[in-house]
Design a protein around this ligand. Structure first.
Ligand SMILES: [Zn+2]
Length: 199
C-alpha cells in the first residue's frame, strides 16, 4: 500500500502536463549569472506586476565581446538609481552581453523602467548590451537571446507569440537597433524559439 501515493502522484503529474496552451517542451534553463556577479546593490521600493509579454531592447551604447560587460551593468544601475533617473533598480529583467553571457537584472515581478512614452507594466524586459543601430549582433549573443526567450516563455507562462521589441511600442526610439530588429522581421528569433519549444 505504501506505493499507492507514489502512483497517485504520478497520475496527477501526467494529467497536469496535458495543457494544450503550453509549449510541448519546457526549455532548458540557460546559465544566468546572478546579481552578485555584477556587484548589484539592493533595489529601492518598486511597483509589482505580472509579466504577460516579452520585449527586447538593446542598451544603445557601444560594447564589444572583449569589453567589460559587468562594469557596464553596474554603471547602468549606479546611473539609473542616481539623481538623473531615481529608478528602483536597473531598468531590465535580464541583460545579455555580446559574448553571450546572461545576467540577472531586476526582480521579474517588478515593473521595468523606460526613457520613452510606453508603459512597461506587464513587459518582461530583456536587454542586449551593445549598440545594434551601428554594430552587427554577435552570434553568441543572438543564440543566448533565443534560449533566454524560450526559457522565459515556459518558466513564466508567457506565450512566445507576444515577443516584440521596444520600437514596436514607442515612436520615440529605434531600439533595439536595425541590426537586431532585422532578426525579428525575418523571423529568425521566433523560429529559433519555436524550435526549442517544439511548437
Ligand atoms: Zn529599448
Amino acid at each position: 500500500m505504501k506505493f499507492f501515493p507514489l502512483i497517485f502522484t504520478s497520475i496527477l503529474f501526467l494529467f497536469s502536463c496535458k495543457d494544450p496552451g503550453i509549449a510541448k517542451r519546457k526549455a532548458a534553463q540557460p546559465e544566468i549569472n546572478p546579481r552578485s556577479s555584477w556587484n548589484a546593490v539592493a533595489p529601492k521600493a518598486f511597483a509589482t506586476h505580472v509579466p504577460v509579454r516579452i520585449t527586447v531592447h538593446h542598451e544603445g551604447t557601444k560594447l564589444l565581446a572583449t569589453d567589460d560587460a559587468i562594469r557596464k551593468i553596474k554603471g547602468i544601475q549606479t546611473w539609473g538609481m542616481g539623481p538623473d533617473r531615481k529608478w528602483a533598480d536597473v531598468p531590465y529583467h535580464f541583460f545579455i552581453a555580446p559574448d553571450g553571457k546572461i545576467y540577472e537584472g531586476r526582480d521579474i515581478n517588478t515593473v521595468g523602467e523606460t526613457n520613452t512614452e510606453y508603459n512597461p507594466a506587464g513587459h518582461l524586459l530583456i536587454c542586449c548590451l551593445g549598440n545594434y543601430e551601428e554594430y552587427e549582433v554577435p552570434e553568441a549573443q543572438l543564440q543566448s537571446l533565443i534560449r533566454l526567450i524560450a526559457w522565459c516563455s515556459t518558466t513564466y507562462k508567457i506565450p512566445a507569440e507576444t515577443l516584440a521589441t521596444h520600437r514596436d511600442f514607442s515612436k520615440q526610439t529605434t531600439c533595439p537597433g536595425k541590426n537586431l530588429y532585422k532578426y525579428f522581421e525575418s523571423g529568425v528569433i521566433k523560429e529559433g524559439v519555436r524550435k526549442i519549444l517544439g511548437k
